[in-house]
Design a protein around this ligand. Structure first.
Ligand SMILES: [Ca+2]
Length: 398
């Protein structure tokens, strides 16, 4: 019996030893994960970067600036045109460099968003100068982000990033560069299309993940702090003389309670100018209300032998504009007034024209008119009531 027990114990012991040996062997067979010597371990990069950032923050040494400069002069502003020459119809083209200045470590990717005044300049091209020896990722085979130019929004966006190696599965080793001095991030072509001063700005938003945000990212995709500087564009040109137009507005008496659809305007130009050259989309009333794109017509409404362009304005828009104007000048009690309205616009070649007409405005109805109005609105209500009673919404009237 004792021997039997002992043998059972012995067998169990042996099984235990075997299992242990087997297990140990299994562990030994599993390959050990190691990074190749020439790649920094991910954690090392992370630690080093955090240390650098912390040090920079603690010692207030973040001296990294994204700057927009004139590609030719290197200055942070440009002046185009001259006060003695009219602006060429194509505008003034110029090129800017967006540069990274100062010291930046562990730069893995960047995105630049440049905001511009769309009425003063338009963007004609934007690109990453990967073959320029001064490019921040020069010689590093960078990945190109998409380039987006949005002239309707006044934004240009472009970026680039370095690759990452997956030497070992699930172990990403992002490439990076440490740069100092002045390096090129991207280049953009603009054309100045209007006189005056405007700025090109590096757009930054509060939200780091905003797609419209300028960012410098490190190997851990964390933002690297920077400051940015604006670029000023000044365009001077000889002001083209304003062509004096002859304007006639219909109706001659505008009732602010009337319900017509349009205000009609006839435009005549002096000799040497053709009303067919007028850019209808540029026409405004008092620089506020735009002319409707149609209907338009060229004729001679007053039979004076001078052709005129007929355009229409939305009556509701004109009335609400006039009302706001009347309220401002507080002449409500009188019930009528005369008002001079100015029509401005441009010919297709950009030549401006301008002319005015004076019409009468009334907004207080005669007593008999008000009475009639009251009657008609009462009639309206009655009709509406009857229609409703016969209709589906009968039950809602109770
Ligand atoms: Ca005429």
């Amino acid at each position: 019996m004792r021997r039997a027990v002992s043998r059972v114990m012995q067998t169990l012991f042996f099984v235990g030893v075997l299992t242990l040996a087997f297990n140990v062997q299994l562990v030994k067979v599993e390959p050990e994960l190691t990074s190749p010597d020439h790649y920094p371990a991910f954690q090392d990069v992370l630690n080093a970067n955090e240390q650098t950032t912390r040090l920079a923050l603690e010692t207030n040494l973040i001296t990294r600036t994204i700057r927009i400069i004139d590609a030719k002069t290197g200055l942070d502003s440009i002046t185009l045109g001259s006060p003695t020459e009219p602006m060429p119809s194509g505008g003034y083209p110029f090129t800017v460099n967006v540069t990274l200045n100062g010291t930046t470590d562990f730069l893995h990717s960047f995105q630049i968003v440049v905001e511009f005044n769309k009425t003063k300049v338009k963007c004609t091209a934007a690109w990453i100068p990967r073959d320029d020896p001064n490019f921040v990722f020069y010689g590093e085979s960078p990945l190109m982000g998409s380039v987006g130019v949005y002239n309707a929004l006044g934004l240009a966006i472009l970026g680039s990033s370095l690759s990452s190696d997956y030497v070992v599965p699930d172990h990403e080793v992002p490439h990076y560069v440490n740069v100092s001095g002045e390096k090129l991030l991207c280049q953009i072509n603009f054309t100045a299309i209007e006189t005056g001063i405007s700025a090109l700005e590096i757009l930054t938003t509060e939200e780091p993940t905003d797609p419209w945000n300028t960012t410098l990212l490190d190997t851990n995709n964390l933002p690297i702090d920077f400051i940015s500087e604006r670029f000023l564009v000044t365009v001077v040109a000889l002001k083209p003389p304003v062509v004096k137009a002859c304007i006639r507005i219909q109706p001659r008496v505008l009732n602010l309670r009337s319900r017509g659809r349009w205000i009609t305007c006839y435009i005549e130009l002096p000799e040497g100018y053709d009303v067919a050259d007028i850019n209808v989309s540029s026409i405004t009333l008092d620089n506020i209300v735009p002319a409707e794109p149609r209907p338009i017509a060229i004729g001679d409404y007053d039979f004076d032998g001078i052709p005129d362009l007929m355009v229409k304005f939305d009556r509701a828009q004109v009335k609400s504009y006039i009302r706001s104007k009347i309220y401002t000048i507080q002449r409500l009690r009188k019930g009528f007034m005369t008002l001079t309205l100015t029509i401005t616009g441009k010919l297709n070649d950009g030549t401006p024209f301008e002319g005015s007409d004076t019409i009468k405005i009334i907004w207080r109805m005669p007593k008999w008119w008000r009475f009639l109005n009251l009657l008609s609105s009462a009639f309206d209500r009655k009709t509406r009531l009857r229609v409703t009673l016969n209709g589906f919404e009968k039950y809602r009237l109770g």
